[in-house]
Design a protein around this ligand. Structure first.
Ligand code: NAP
Length: 263
């Protein structure tokens, strides 16, 4: 295909999504950045700030505001990307939330469960379904087009945190969704990866920063440091640009070795 590849990134207004947007822009991708809101006047934060940084790197950036949990809005998100760039090559399902309040498993509420699952699992599942249909059509029409879908799940897909059970469940389901999409889409040449960050220094993890600082000092992370959005961005860039062409359904941990069972 002619022209620059395009990546659609959900939750691109800060944190890991921002790191992914900058890494993919450096890699030669144009970016469609989603978050719940876009205010072009707020140049110092949110999608407008990321847009300015991406453009400094010589890539184009189109904001695509919308709630990933709102399935009725998914068509509009894809349409906005195609209207601006005429193609999308990579979908990165990054948007996600923690429970608004961390509650013990015995106190988990149905409201929090539904909210977290709607944003972290149901939304990306159906957004990926919509993009996958588009990718299947494009692959048939344009041989040589090699799209990918990436899910940013978490080590919480298998690590238990009894004070945010709904988050762990949402990530376990998302991780399995990556396997199923990989299985179904492999025949079309569409690669799917599950990226599992560990402890990454962002607004989301700030809620438990002191606890995690102490755990890192105590050695819970073999590499003995917080991860950064750049760490995740570099891994996503390597997966998106096609270096892993004969791999799909692969889980890649970005957690300083946290996945190693240790005594
Ligand atoms: P963050 O700093 O809180 O950023 C979350 C991003 O998601 C923001 O851009 C936010 O944008 C967006 N977002 C939230 N709800 C949304 C919705 N309904 N629709 C569209 N966008 C939405 O979190 P982060 O740490 O970068 O996390 C990014 C992803 O990595 C999440 O899926 C998270 O579960 C996962 N993760 C994080 C860590 C960690 O240690 N930080 C570890 C493992 C996995 P707005 O609020 O502006 O809409």
């Amino acid at each position: 295909m002619d022209g620059r590849p395009v990546a659609f990134i959900t939750g691109a207004s800060r944190g890991i999504g921002r790191g992914i947007a900058l890494a993919l822009a450096r890699e030669g991708f144009d970016i469609v950045g989603n978050a719940t809101a876009y205010d072009p006047e707020q140049r110092d934060r949110g999608l407008a700030e990321v847009k300015a940084r991406v453009e400094e790197l010589g890539a184009a950036f189109a904001p695509a505001p919308g709630d990933v949990a709102d399935l009725a809005g998914h068509e509009r998100l894809l349409d906005a990307a195609l209207a601006r760039f005429g193609r999308v090559d990579v979908l990165v399902n990054n948007a996600g939330v923690a429970p608004a309040v961390r509650r013990d498993l015995l106190e988990t509420t149905a409201e929090s469960y539904d909210r977290v699952l709607a944003i972290n699992t149901r939304g990306p599942f159906f957004l990926s379904q919509r993009f996958a249909r588009y990718f299947v059509e494009r692959v048939a029409a344009a041989p040589g087009f090699v799209p990918a879908i990436l899910f940013i799940s978490s080590i919480s897909a298998y690590v238990s945190s009894p004070n945010r059970a709904e988050y762990c469940l949402s990530k376990a389901a998302l991780s399995h969704a990556a396997q199923i999409f990989a299985d179904r889409l492999a025949v079309h040449g569409i690669r799917v990866f599950d990226v599992q960050p560990g402890l990454i220094d962002t607004e989301m993890s700030a809620a438990a920063k002191e606890k995690y600082d102490q755990l890192i000092r105590d050695g819970i992370v073999p590499q003995r440091r917080w991860g950064t959005p750049e760490d995740v961005g570099r891994v996503v860039a390597a997966l998106a640009r096609g270096d892993f062409g004969y791999s799909t359904g692969q889980v890649v941990t970005v957690g300083g070795g946290m996945q190693i069972p240790r005594l």
